[in-house]
Design a protein around this ligand. Structure first.
Ligand code: HEC
Length: 98
């Protein structure tokens, strides 16, 4: 009985760790990106993929959009809505989506 409970405990613990890696809770604003960017591969992808990419790439792109250094149609305005720290949180979350 004790062994069975210990096994259950281990399963619960490892399940928790996997859930944390997957980061199911999106940081504020992150879900709005999927209004235009596909979060998963599909036939109708017209914009650059922003998921599964290194955090630094997305953070740098958002910073360049925010400063105006990088020309854009809509991303300048969208990037201005997020601080550097918020951008990083979104980038980390997007980077974990495969
Ligand atoms: C209204 C549609 C729209 C929304 C919403 C949107 N994007 Fe974009 N995104 C674009 C377009 C269009 C481009 C191409 C640059 C441009 O013209 O603005 C782009 C480009 C990008 C790029 C550059 C990718 C590359 O490899 O060159 C990044 C990074 C990006 N978006 C991140 C985001 C993030 C993060 C969010 C959510 C906070 C977001 N976008 C929300 C339309 C959108």
């Amino acid at each position: 009985m004790i062994r069975a409970l210990a096994t259950l405990g281990l399963v619960a613990l490892s399940g928790g760790a996997a859930a944390a890696d997957f980061a199911p809770v999106a940081p504020p604003g992150a879900l709005s990106c999927s209004g235009c960017h596909a979060l998963h591969p599909g036939p109708a992808e017209m914009l650059p993929r922003i998921t599964g990419r290194p955090t630094a790439d997305i953070v740098a792109a958002l910073a360049a959009f925010r400063s105006g250094e990088r020309q854009a149609t809509v991303m300048n305005r969208i990037a201005k809505g997020f601080s550097e720290d918020e951008s990083r949180q979104i980038a980390v979350w997007l980077g974990r989506i495969r």
